[in-house]
Structures are given as structure tokens and as C-alpha cells.
Design a binder for this molecule. Structure first.
Ligand SMILES: C[S@@+](CC[C@H](N)C(=O)[O-])C[C@H]1O[C@@H](n2cnc3c(N)ncnc32)[C@H](O)[C@@H]1O
Length: 525
């Protein structure tokens, strides 16, 4: 990790890129404490950004001009960029210190009211041990904002990582990100891996390609795994930083999963590719004081916290002409009329602004139990990742879609309706991405609309055999197919010139050439 993020400080954002002072309103300590039910945050909160990268310290400083912020990262080059950015923008309330999340003896002293650990825990050798130590650094009422990758929604990224590894692309070679990009862009427009790559915002810059696709130690969590991780770290999820559509309470209602835990509903959303983002959660220690529901009050950046000439001018302008603020949790941007801004600045907390997040207060807690274990999950995951054999075997490129199709049948203890029943529940809510320009393979819902009968036939069949590896199976026209892969690799000249055995070529054939069929012939060798 040190070498990767040392060579490729992440994210790649121009040094002069500025963030308007009202934009990161959802990162204000008072906002975070309110959403988590911790009551009013201290007026000078201590914030620690653990695994901060090059940009986040600036973001937090803009959101929290009164905070004492400590930012740390394993990568000193990332810290240098982050420090330079803060200097360039006149930010003075951030202290920088190198740290290793795997080694608490390197961490900054003291406790923190807010700890931000965004996209870094997934890199740790022992995420639970790190999370426990992070929890021990929270003040009473303190909140941890955690982002981890979702296991199912990130499958396309993991598949692209696998392609890169099989082809021999690595973060150690400066030319490899660009060459990998050129290689993926030669895939047909209808290929889901090409779609996943090109629609990934970070794929346009080499640093982003490394962070997503040439990563040395990436992993995801299912909803259940994340729930268990938090529980084992003696923490409780207090607020999900997801769009309204992906809030567990709303979705448990809409999908008739009423007596389920938050972990289960989120796992289900992730499996059906409807999370449409990463898992981002505000968590509190289990021994934190009980949740508090505050009275409605304007967001401090709009009322009270308005020192700084630039910020006052911005509020003045918004109060005259209104404006738009990006919202992470609301998904759609918040459109503010000038009168709204003037009301907030006058200390009002209008009802109409409650949903926007610009008013603190109200109860944001979940009514669902936080977590209940699902003992069947490890076997289900192992089955989904396995290589099944037969003349109509599930195409491994679509393994995660098959996992969604097979869940109810393989795991009756989850008490899900049959596939048609589940489709009926999804009907008003799901957003099939297919058709732009990918015909199928992006969501289970969209794929099932096209292949309902084939999938039903598949579910009606007896269990298929399994193979341990691609060395133990043969594709239809195996030799000719492997030759097609060799030609594809030779054609563009991007892939490193390394020796590849037949098993590697076979796996590449499935990942690169097998996108137009949901079932494949994978017969035992
Ligand atoms: C995906 S980046 C996220 C950066 C930043 N949190 C953000 O959201 O923009 C992961 C960051 O975690 C850092 N990191 C990885 N392993 C780490 C460790 N063991 N200790 C500290 N930082 C680590 C990397 O150097 C990198 O800056």
C-alpha cells in the first residue's frame, strides 16, 4: 500500500480546484453529530482524518473552519499534496502527520469528536482490529464516518482488477494505467466491463485507474459482513450516508422486508445492484450516551458559523439569488431559493427545508434492528464464486447476477419470495441500467427482464458440477477460443509481453469474450 499510494497519491485533483464554503455541509461536525443522534457537537471539535489522501483534509477544513483537524496517511507524498493544497487555499486548522492504520502506536494523541476513515479500512491487514482501536479514540458521543466498498456492487471493479492481474498490468509501471485504459477501451461498447470502466469517474486519470483497477489489496464487504464488523468492534450504525432510496428503513418497507436487520436490507440492495454507491455509515460506540433528538435549528454554516469574509459574501449572494448545493445523502442537489437562505440566516428552520439537510434536528435513527447474523452467508458466497460446469453453466462474468437469481432458492431460511415475487417487489423501484448501450449484464433486474425463461429453466435444473480452476475445464472450441484471446492481446500491443498458460487465457476468454451470453459451455477437462 505504501508503495502504491506513494507512487500514485490519490485522488488526483488539481491543486487550485476550490470548494465553495457551503458545499460540504454534510461534513460539518454538528451535522454529523445531529444525524448520529449525538446532540450538539462541541464548538471546537477535534476531527481526525485517518487515511486522508490528497483532498479530504481541505474538504473537512472548508466544512469545519472552527475545528482542530488532524490528517494522517501512510503515503507521505499524499500528505505533501494535501498540505500544499491547504497552504494554497489559506487553510490553517489542519495538522498533518504520517500514520499507519495497522499500527495504533503511530496514531495521533488523544480522542476525537469526529473520525473520518473513508476508503482506507479496506486496505488494512485486520480491519476489525483497526476499527476497534478507532472506536477507542472517540469521545463520548463521538462519531466515526466509515466508507467501505460493497462486495456485490463492486464486482465489475474486482473483475477488471482480475483482468489487469492476468494480463500483467501493475501499479509499479508508470505506463500501465494508460495502457490498461487503452486495452479496456478496445472491448466492444456493449461489454459490461468496458461500461463499468468508462462510467467510473476516476478512470479518466492514471491515479484513479491505479486506485480502482490496479489496486494491490482491495476488498469489499457484504451488508452482513459490515454489520458484523461494526458489532464486533462494539459499534452501532447510527446513520447511513446513502441516498433516500438506499436507506434501510425506506427499503425494508418498500420491499416488504419489514422484520429484517439493517445489514440484511443493505446486503439485499447491494446484491441487486441497487445501492448505487459505497457503504458509508456514521457509527457510534456502543457505550456512547443515548441518542438525542434535537429541536430543529438552521445548519451552523448558514446561521452562526458565518465568519470569514469569503463565506459571508457567499451567504450574501445566496441570499440574493439562491443557488444549488450538491448533496451526497439526498442524491439530487439541493436547490435553495434566496428566501430559504435568508430564512436560515435569520435563525428560522422552515419545515420545507427539513429534508434538505440544511436544518439540524429531528429523528434520523433507524427503526430496524442493526444486525442479525446470517450463518448461511459464507457457503452462499463460496458457491457464488465457484466455477460451475456443464453445457449451460452460469457464465462466471455474470456470477453476481446469478447470486441474486439463486438467493431465495438456495437460502430458504431468508424467507424471500420466489424470483417472480421478488421481481414484482422491485418493479416500481429498480432502475435497470441496461440499454445504454449495454444490452444486459448490469443489474439482475434488467438482465432478468430479458432472460426470464432461461433463468427459470436454470433454477429448475439439478445442481451442476464444479471445477477447482480454469485448468480443469474446457470451453466450446477451446483451442480456437484461446487463439482468439491471443489475437486480441496481440492486436493492440498494450498488454505486457508475459507468458500466459492456457488456464489464464481461458479465464481471460470468459471475462473478455463471453459477454454476449448468460450461459457458457464449461465442460470438465
Ligand atoms: C482510496 S484512498 C482514500 C483517500 C481519502 N480517504 C479519500 O477518500 O479521498 C485510500 C487512502 O488510504 C491510505 N492508506 C492505505 N492504507 C493505509 C494504512 N495502513 N494507514 C494509513 N493510510 C492508509 C492510502 O495511502 C490512501 O491515501
Amino acid at each position: 500500500m505504501r508503495a502504491q499510494y506513494g507512487a500514485w497519491p490519490y485522488p488526483h485533483v488539481p491543486l487550485l480546484a476550490t470548494l465553495p464554503s457551503t458545499h460540504p455541509f454534510e461534513l460539518h461536525a454538528s451535522w454529523l453529530w445531529d444525524r448520529a443522534g449525538s446532540g450538539p457537537a462541541p464548538t471546537k471539535p477535534r476531527v481526525w482524518i485517518a487515511g486522508c489522501g490528497t483532498f479530504r483534509p481541505y474538504t473537512f477544513a472548508v466544512a469545519n473552519p472552527h475545528a482542530e483537524i488532524v490528517a494522517g496517511d501512510l503515503s507521505e507524498p499524499s500528505l505533501a499534496v494535501a498540505r500544499r493544497r491547504c497552504t494554497v487555499h489559506g487553510v490553517r486548522n489542519v495538522a498533518f502527520a504520517p500514520l499507519d492504520l495497522d499500527d495504533p502506536s503511530t496514531w495521533p494523541e488523544g480522542r476525537f469528536d469526529v473520525i473520518e476513515c473513508y476508503g482506507a479500512l479496506t486496505n488494512c491487514a485486520d480491519p476489525l482490529a483497526t476499527l476497534r482501536s478507532l472506536r477507542a479514540r472517540l469521545t463520548p458521543g463521538g462519531v466515526l464516518r466509515l466508507m467501505v466498498y460493497p462486495h456485490w456492487s463492486r464486482q465489475r471493479v474486482f473483475q477488471l482488477q482480475r483482468v489487469a492481474r492476468l494480463l500483467g498490468f501493475t501499479a509499479a509501471e508508470r505506463s500501465h494505467p494508460a495502457r490498461f485504459r487503452a486495452f479496456v477501451k478496445r472491448l466492444p461498447a456493449a461489454h459490461p466491463l468496458r461500461y463499468a470502466f468508462t462510467t467510473y469517474a476516476d478512470s479518466r486519470n492514471d491515479t484513479g485507474v491505479v486506485d480502482a483497477f490496479l489496486h494491490g489489496g482491495d476488498r469489499g464487504f457484504t451488508g452482513w459482513q459490515l454489520g458484523a464488523l461494526l458489532r464486533d468492534a462494539d459499534m452501532t450504525p447510527a446513520f447511513w450516508f446513502h441516498r433516500p432510496w438506499a436507506q434501510p428503513d425506506a427499503m425494508s418497507e418498500r420491499l416488504s422486508l419489514r422484520d429484517r436487520s439493517q445489514s440484511e436490507v443493505l446486503a439485499y440492495l447491494d446484491l441487486w445492484q441497487e445501492l448505487r454507491g459505497n457503504f458509508v455509515v456514521l457509527a457510534r460506540a456502543n457505550d456512547a450516551p443515548p441518542r438525542i433528538v434535537q429541536e430543529p435549528t438552521p445548519h451552523p454554516r448558514f446561521y452562526g458559523d458565518d465568519d470569514g469574509l469569503r463565506h459571508r459574501l457567499r451567504l450574501l449572494r445566496l441570499g440574493l439569488v439562491g443557488g444549488t448545493l450538491p448533496s451526497r445523502t439526498g442524491y439530487a442537489a439541493v436547490k435553495l431559493a434566496a428566501a430559504d437562505v435568508r430564512a436560515l440566516r435569520a435563525g428560522d428552520a422552515p419545515e420545507r427545508l427539513r429534508a434538505s439537510g440544511l436544518v439540524l434536528g429531528g429523528d434520523h435513527g433507524s427503526r430496524l434492528p442493526t444486525h442479525a447474523d446470517w450463518p448461511g452467508e459464507p457457503a452462499f458466497l463460496a458457491h457464488a464464486a465457484g466455477l460451475r460446469t456443464g453445457r449451460r453453466a452460469p457464465n462466471p462474468l455474470y456470477a453476481h447476477l446469478f447470486a441474486a437469481f439463486e438467493l431465495a432458492q438456495r437460502c430458504p431460511e431468508l424467507r424471500l419470495p420466489d424470483l417472480d415475487g421478488q421481481m414484482g417487489r422491485w418493479l416500481p423501484w429498480a432502475d435497470p441500467l441496461e440499454g445504454r448501450p449495454v444490452r444486459f449484464g448490469l443489474t439482475p433486474y434488467g438482465t432478468l427482464q430479458r432472460f426470464r425463461q432461461s433463468v427459470a429453466d436454470h433454477l429448475a435444473r439439478a445442481d451442476l458440477g464444479a471445477a477447482a480452476s480454469y485448468a480443469d475445464v474446457r470451453l466450446r472450441d477451446d483451442a480456437a477460443t484461446l487463439q482468439r484471446v491471443r489475437s486480441l492481446l496481440a492486436a493492440g500491443g498494450e498488454a505486457p509481453a508475459i507468458a500466459r498458460d492456457d488456464a489464464t487465457l481461458r479465464e481471460l476468454a470468459v471475462l473478455l469474450l463471453g459477454h454476449d451470453t448468460l450461459f457458457l459451455s464449461l465442460t470438465p477437462a
